[in-house]
Design a protein around this ligand. Structure first.
Ligand code: NDP
Length: 221
């Protein structure tokens, strides 16, 4: 029987690449998204992967969303890719509490929400694969990203703790901390900021979606 994989933020950018890579590897894939219905519909037309809209920062919405996915795909989640994320950059001395809260909720609390909801069934069946999307900026920090860097660093600690809790139940929990990848998220950066970032990348360019999507898919297998 095919294994069921759920990718949050799975209709655009890196998530889109992971969804497609897992489908190509023979998984039954569901892709979650938030508000960009047009992108999700286009993704569905191109890939035939079913799409489900909910806000991963909201626990009850995650519970309803996972229930829908399990009904449509006919089983519990074997592979969870926590990929959904946002940025709301700004220097700390100008940052609104709402930008802090939204970034922490969407990038970090979402990982608690989703893992908390799938971990029970995974433990019961003695199998599970969880991949959490951190970032290079969670490892080394970045100007204007105290919120994002804190959330992505939090993901690394969460991942290590859950991996220790879950290994004996046949569940692996890994995090990926990609460098800069060309997606809508990095498209919004000012050219001078991009130039400064690029100067620190030995390859001289941002990564491509397919280059990192394969890593997500491999750790999900
Ligand atoms: P994109 O902005 O291209 O796509 C983000 C995806 O997440 C979209 O599908 C979006 O849904 C979804 N999403 C955002 N908020 C929510 C929410 N509240 N509930 C459900 N879904 C949501 O991002 P990337 O592909 O660039 O990034 C993917 C992940 O990789 C993120 O966690 C990011 O932090 C991380 N990352 C990215 C890097 C990069 O350079 N691009 C580098 C390192 C890490 P919708 O389409 O509806 O808006």
């Amino acid at each position: 029987m095919k294994k069921i994989a759920l990718v949050t933020g799975g209709t655009r950018g890196i998530g889109r690449g992971i969804s497609k890579a897992l489908k190509d590897a023979g998984y039954l894939v569901a892709a979650n998204f938030h508000k960009d219905v047009a992108a999700a519909e286009k993704f569905h037309e191109e890939t035939e992967i079913p799409v489900f809209s909910w806000d991963v920062s909201d626990y009850e919405s995650c519970a309803r969303g996972i229930e829908d996915v399990c009904k449509v795909l006919g089983g519990s989640i074997d592979v969870l890719i926590n990929n959904a994320g946002i940025t709301k950059d700004g220097m700390l001395h100008k940052m609104e509490l709402s930008s802090w809260q939204r970034v922490l909720d969407t990038n970090l609390t979402s990982v608690f929400n989703m893992c908390r909801l799938v971990i029970g069934p995974m433990r019961e069946k003695n199998f599970g694969r969880i991949v959490n999307m951190s970032s290079v900026n969670g490892v080394k920090g970045q100007i204007g990203q105290t919120n994002y860097s804190a959330a992505k660093a939090g993901i690394i600690g969460f991942t290590k703790a859950l991996a220790l809790e879950s290994a004996s139940k046949g569940i692996t929990v890994n995090a990926i901390a990609p460098g800069y990848i060309s997606t809508d998220m990095t498209e919004i950066l000012h050219e001078d900021v991009k130039g400064k970032i690029m100067a620190g990348i030995p390859l001289g360019r941002f990564g491509k979606i397919d280059e990192i999507a394969q890593a997500g898919a491999i750790l999900g297998k």
